[in-house]
Design a protein around this ligand. Structure first.
Ligand SMILES: [Zn+2]
Ligand SMILES: [Zn+2]
Length: 180
């Protein structure tokens, strides 16, 4: 399904979008995340000359691999956004043309081309913003055994007792040396 927002229809006006989008409309690398529930998108589109402002909210459930044990887990997303779009022809101006007075908001603006904004792109960006830098399946995830790779949330491996934190090992050697 096309998620292109046609701006030419919005001359001097606005529009409210309220859509439920099937999860398979968003192709993302599996190592990043998968969309597993329909995406609820509401956007108020306001056009003022060439400026287009999108104020909205996006909600769904994502499946994300845990950064410690690599098991995928589900996390809900409910992100509010307020984005300013300018025509791509303004992109150069935003990079510091002294002759032009650009308001501060324009520095953080996104850009649109051919009188259209791809809402799928907007939504995908919100997903990335919503995800934590280090996603954890649970606060106390025990991760994988660094020796044999066993998921230590699910099983105890035999190397677990033998494995010594290398930092502790170095400390122990240091102490042993000092006793001589
Ligand atoms: Zn985990
Ligand atoms: Zn192990």
């Amino acid at each position: 399904m096309s998620m292109l927002l046609d701006l030419s229809r919005l001359q001097g006006g606005g529009e409210r979008i309220d859509r439920r989008i099937p999860p398979d409309s968003f192709e993302t690398p599996a190592e990043d995340f998968r969309v597993v529930e329909p995406v609820q998108l509401t956007v108020d589109v306001r056009r003022d000359g060439e400026k287009v402002r999108l104020v909205g909210r996006v909600a769904t459930v994502l499946e994300v691999p845990c950064c410690r044990c690599l098991e995928p887990f589900r996390t809900s997303v409910d992100n509010a956004f307020d984005l300013l779009f300018l025509p791509a022809s303004e992109a150069g101006a935003a990079e510091g043309d002294d002759d032009r007075q650009l308001d501060e908001a324009a520095v953080n603006a996104s850009f649109y081309e051919d009188e259209a904004i791809d809402l799928a792109e907007v939504v995908r960006e919100q997903f990335y913003l919503a995800l934590p830098m280090k996603p954890l399946c649970r606060e106390d995830c025990r991760g994988l055994c660094p020796v044999c790779g066993t998921n230590r949330n699910e099983a105890t491996c035999s190397c677990e007792q033998e494995w010594v934190d290398p930092r502790m090992d170095a400390l122990r050697r240091l102490k042993a040396g000092g006793n001589h």
